[in-house]
Design a protein around this ligand. Structure first.
Ligand SMILES: Cc1ncc(COP(=O)(O)O)c(C=O)c1O
Length: 299
């Protein structure tokens, strides 16, 4: 059996029929939540988002997700107290019956608000638009997980601040669609010959028992799951190098896997049509996934 088929959204996008969303201080049914056409998120993709997993109704690594969101908001000059979103996230889980769900996630985005269209910031600033929703995350069965996915590589055409979790995701959208068109499960961004990360997740490779992943820079998103998996690897006695992985080296890896919220630890068994290692899921990805699930609960 070959790698699992395309799974562009990470296997998470199954909508709740009557979902209750959050918009600007109110909880309301999704189909009643509307945003004015002059919202700068709509016009420019001018905003920051964050996706936090919740296991058994408990937000996972909220302080780290909050810190990244605060960094992003500060980097693009939106004044907003993101700390207040913790209660919003818990409430979204509760109102959607997800407070006991094995695995769920909460999405929030904050845009620069509604103002007549000018490229520069509105002056005086507009109140930010704040939107959030929660959904169940459907983990693959162990059998599906163990098939792994195929990945293709693509030139990284994102802007040079991939460390900011901006809602303007056109290059990521095109990358994910390129995977769908190729019948692959995901796309790996390659910049100047270096394999950086997936279209919506971080990338690890294993060489002789040593893990490698791109160092934190402005060219990758600083994944919360990436940090967690590095910690897990440390606890399991697996060395990790944060270093550049040239594409020719990636092709020679024993194992390759992605990490991310909802991605968790996802093994890659084929890159650009070439088998990774012996073309099956390897022991490092398996141990880390098992360690991950044991740490967060469920299954
Ligand atoms: C481009 C990119 N890299 C990495 C990640 C993984 O980050 P995290 O583990 O915090 O979900 C994401 C998550 O959305 C992403 O979009």
């Amino acid at each position: 059996m070959g790698p699992a088929p395309a799974e562009p959204g990470g296997g998470l996008l199954r909508g709740l029929p009557m979902s209750i969303v959050y918009l600007n201080g109110k909880f309301l049914p999704a189909d009643e939540a509307t945003v004015p056409v002059n919202d700068r998120g709509f016009l420019f993709g001018d905003g920051i988002y964050e996706v936090t997993p919740a296991y058994g109704g408990r937000l996972f690594r909220w302080p780290q997700h909050l810190a990244r969101m605060e960094r992003g908001l500060a980097a693009i000059g939106i004044e907003f107290d993101a700390g207040a979103l913790k209660d919003v996230k818990q409430e979204l889980l509760a109102r959607n019956g997800l407070d006991g769900a094995e695995a769920a996630y909460v999405y929030v985005q904050v845009t620069r608000g509604v103002a007549p269209r000018t490229h520069h910031f509105p002056d005086p600033p507009a109140p930010p638009t704040v939107y959030g929703f929660a959904n169940r995350y459907l983990r693959p069965s162990m059998a599906e997980w163990a098939r792994g996915i195929g990945a293709i590589t693509i030139p990284d055409q994102r802007w040079a601040r991939a460390d900011i979790k901006a809602i303007s995701l056109l290059a990521n959208v095109l990358a994910a669609q390129a995977a769908v068109a190729a019948g692959a499960g995901n796309t790996i961004f390659v910049r100047d010959g270096i394999a950086l990360e997936g279209s919506h997740n971080n990338l690890f490779a294993v060489f002789g028992g040593v893990l490698a992943t791109a160092p934190k820079s402005n060219y990758i998103l600083h994944g919360v799951t990436r940090d967690f998996v590095i910690e897990l690897a440390g606890e399991m006695g697996m060395p990790v190098e944060e270093r550049a992985i040239p594409l020719p080296e990636l092709y020679e890896a024993d194992e390759v896997f992605f990490t991310g919220t909802t991605t968790e630890v996802k093994p890659v068994v084929e890159v650009d049509g070439r088998p990774v290692g012996d073309g099956t899921v390897g022991p490092v990805a398996r141990r880390l996934f098992e360690g991950f699930v044991a740490a967060v609960g469920g299954r």
